[in-house]
Design a protein around this ligand. Structure first.
Ligand code: ZN
Length: 348
């Protein structure tokens, strides 16, 4: 009951990259950087295990940013000439690469860190990829000229990498789609379809090899950066963005949905829209350095239990912890595990 997992990212150690930044500069290059990424991955595998988490991730140590980490291995993208673009409906500006030619994978994207993760823990492992709609919202298109075409082109590439990750022994593949909370109508219309394209055949291919992985999607209100805090303050007393997207996800082939709960204005009853799905309930706030108590975490699980069956509830963080300090992130991982343990006692 109530297994625990993180949404995805964790803070990079100061010797790997700049700290408390969303697009941090690396502190090494070449083979040294490759080694440093894996060293940091090992550190966080151990920290997650020590905290007592059930599902272990790589903390996204090997990518500079959750979207651009994938794009770096895609042919047809010009990283040299980045342009400034308003992303998430102009919530903030970012320097983004441009799509300039047909998209193709140069090769495996995350083989090194996924295989490393598998080799260093016996617990279940989860691996995150950006979702097609969120990628489309984080690049400048100078070639396809059509959002849908571009999204499905990315979905095919994501699918190739996802199938390979499954073969690497990954148990859960999660697509991150914060854009679903921004373009709700489009998400329900084609975003979920593109997501299903990215996850196509995972079960079938996995069953054939005896390694069928679970599929998940993470939808959040973003990292705890100022632009997101300002945006959330503009959303009014009730955040109902999920209401438009969750029914489409409930009808989809995706197994698990990760969403925000603690300290968020999302009405808890919206989780009832996810009937038949596992729900990764956010019980750790990523926009505050205050460490949750076990009681707070257990209370949040209790609130979610009104709308999510107990065998469907996974205790998770609201979003990634990348921009936080290492000490705060470590304390939050412990709070997550302790809170879930308390909830198991309370609601057994
Ligand atoms: Zn998130």
């Amino acid at each position: 009951m109530f297994p625990t997992a993180i949404a995805g990212s964790l803070p990079k150690p100061a010797w790997l990259a700049e700290t408390e930044k969303l697009w941090p500069k690396w502190k090494a290059e070449g083979p040294d950087l490759a080694q440093a990424k894996l060293d940091a991955t090992l550190l966080w595998i151990k920290a997650q295990e020590d905290a007592g988490l059930d599902v272990i991730g790589d903390g996204e140590m090997s990518r500079q940013h959750f979207v651009h980490g994938f794009l770096e291995q895609v042919e047809g993208i010009d990283f040299e000439h980045r342009v400034e673009m308003g992303i998430r409906n102009d919530r903030y500006k970012a320097m983004v690469p441009q799509v300039v030619a047909p998209l193709r994978l140069k090769g495996r994207v995350h083989a090194a860190e996924a295989q490393f993760l598998r080799a260093h823990t016996t617990r279940k492992i989860k691996f995150t990829l950006p979702g097609p709609m969120t990628i489309v919202d984080t690049v400048a298109d100078r070639f396809y000229g059509d959002k849908l075409k571009l999204a499905f082109a990315f979905a095919e590439l994501l699918n190739q990498e996802a199938l390979a990750l499954q073969a690497d022994g990954v148990d859960i593949i999660q697509f991150d789609e914060p854009a679903f909370n921004v373009y709700m109508a489009e998400a329900a219309d084609w975003g979920v379809r593109a997501l299903e394209r990215a996850a196509l055949g995972l079960h079938e291919a996995g069953l054939a090899s005896g390694r069928a992985c679970t599929t998940a999607v993470h939808i959040c209100y973003g990292y705890g950066i100022q632009a997101n805090i300002d945006w959330k303050n503009s959303l009014g007393p009730q955040w109902r963005q999920y209401e438009q997207v969750l029914p489409a996800l409930a009808a989809s082939s995706i197994d698990q949905v990760s969403l925000e709960c603690i300290h968020s204005q999302v009405p808890a009853e919206l989780m009832a829209l996810l009937k038949g799905k596992d729900v990764m309930v956010g019980v750790i706030d990523v926009a505050s350095d205050q460490i949750e108590t076990a009681e707070e975490v257990a209370d949040t699980i209790g609130r979610a239990l009104q709308f999510v069956p107990r065998d469907r509830l996974i205790a998770c963080t609201n979003c990634g912890l990348a921009p936080m300090s290492r000490a705060v992130a470590e304390a939050k991982l412990a709070a997550l595990a302790q809170g879930a343990a308390l909830a198991r006692q309370r609601y057994a």
